[in-house]
Design a protein around this ligand. Sequence first.
Ligand SMILES: Nc1ncnc2c1ncn2[C@@H]1O[C@H](COP(=O)(O)OP(=O)(O)OP(=O)(O)O)[C@@H](O)[C@H]1O
Ligand SMILES: [Mg+2]
Length: 554
Amino acid sequence: MALPLHDQARVKLPKDFLEWQECVIKFRRRGADFIPVIIDPVSVDLKTWTGIEREVVWAPQRGSQAIFLRCDEIEVLLEGNRGGGKTDVALMDFYAGVNKGYGTEWRGVLIRQTHPMLRDVIEKSKKLFKRLCPAAFYNEIKYMWEFPTGERLYFSHFNESRDFDNFLGHSYAWICWEELTRWPNDEFYKQMFSVLRSTMPGMPRKIRATTNPYGVGHAWVQARFHLYNWPQEGVILGPLIKGHEDKATGIKEADRRAIHSDLHENKLLKFTDPEYLSRIKQSARNKSEEEAWVKGSWDITAGGMFDDLWGLLREQITKPFFIVPHSWVIFRALDWGSAKPYSVGYYAVSDGTDLTFPDGRVMATVRGDMFRVGEIYGWKGQPNEGLRETATQIAHRIIEYEVKRGWRMQDGKRGRVRRGPADTGIFDKVNNNCIADDFEQPQLVWGVKFGGIVWEYADKGPGSREQGWAAIRKRMQAVMRPENGYREFPGLFIMQEENVVNHWIRTVPGLPRDEKKIDDVDTDAEDHVADECRYALRYEGGWFKRTSGRVSGM
Ligand SMILES: Nc1ncnc2c1ncn2[C@@H]1O[C@H](COP(=O)(O)OP(=O)(O)OP(=O)(O)O)[C@@H](O)[C@H]1O
Ligand SMILES: [Mg+2]
């Protein structure tokens, strides 16, 4: 049962907190400005024995803002629909540490992905901090506030790994991420834990974040703060998550929780801009975004195309190196690229026999299970930059790779890898020649003549992209073993060799959805392995005919 607001707040508030007394009771109009009014917590009107009204520069509104300022967990997320006052109170949370005697030790950083994205919050900070502390100075070159007592707040961007260099060796007592779901995964978020430190006893250390649901990082933020079936009517405090050891880093994490902000708490906006909600509705680009912006709902389809399943099933999907059983078929699939990377993937299809790993472990398989057992990824080592290789060069690489993997004899005569699908662009004829023809030319490798590489048409008909993504999701789901039961449907597994970059794992799980076409992947993303993978899963190759009965390509 949901606790009434008032009681929930009590759960977390220090004993000496006078219930809501420091919150805005109303806004008083003065010219174009609306001045917050609070009841003075210490002075009382001796005639009426009621509190005295006092105009202030800023005070939290009742509800999530007041609770957020008093939350003493190290890691707190303030999430909710649009306009509840999350950004405002985040800035004030930093300000709460100013002039408390912490001096230069109270260093904060507020992070977004790029500098232009910081413009709004910087403007907001100028309005607030200048009024609260006229002697505070904003350094436009360093993007930094400096207060007369030495406290500093920086505005920074963090969008790629090397941006972490800007933080290395620093220490911060307050780190705040604005719009957390805009980061596709928790990599940078966790990296910053290492610079949250201070030697000053008694000074709080805080990781704070604000966000709406929706966005590429929806799934990881939802999982991190357990925001399922959330929000719930009238509930502000999210579940307390006890910090446990992070499996990847071995670091013991701090306790954390989310706080839910709602537009209805923002009396000022309701008063000054009553049309706000309907404008928000209109500007949402799809139903999920509308649900997120208007209701603050986390139970929506958003973020990545596969990250929810990956988060759940990663350990089942990835498999260590193994020798592909003799009775299984291997075929290859291609997503062609030149300026952008190309991707050749190798898929081993189980005939239902068991799989034995080098350490002796045995795995039962379902007939039709596909294991992505190898890859050649044509990139320059930088995301989404291709090698500009010709079809002949790629065919050469394919032959070398297959020989090295033991799937092709060195005499150039026999090989066990079957032909598979490639995107149809390679069959487009220019001057009566196409890329597919070049692939088919015989190749001289190590002085031996090998037959060329033959490709077949991948399914690229209407709706094939959406069906392809659905097929990948379905096969990912199918790796899950029901309790006390056997797997029934063929799944997709990824062979991950130790110390080798696996481009499926690097690029597929985090693929963002297209914001306008929610069932499709954003085509600006590095989607070449994903494309190659969906061609493979939708391809009903000749290998099915060799086995008795037919396994659906799903
Ligand atoms: N306690 C407050 N006192 C005065 N104004 C406030 C207060 N809280 C919020 N506001 C004002 O309400 C408006 C919306 O607040 P804010 O931008 O912080 O919302 P938000 O939750 O961050 O929205 P979004 O989800 O769009 O990022 C702003 O103009 C802000 O200055
Ligand atoms: Mg905001």
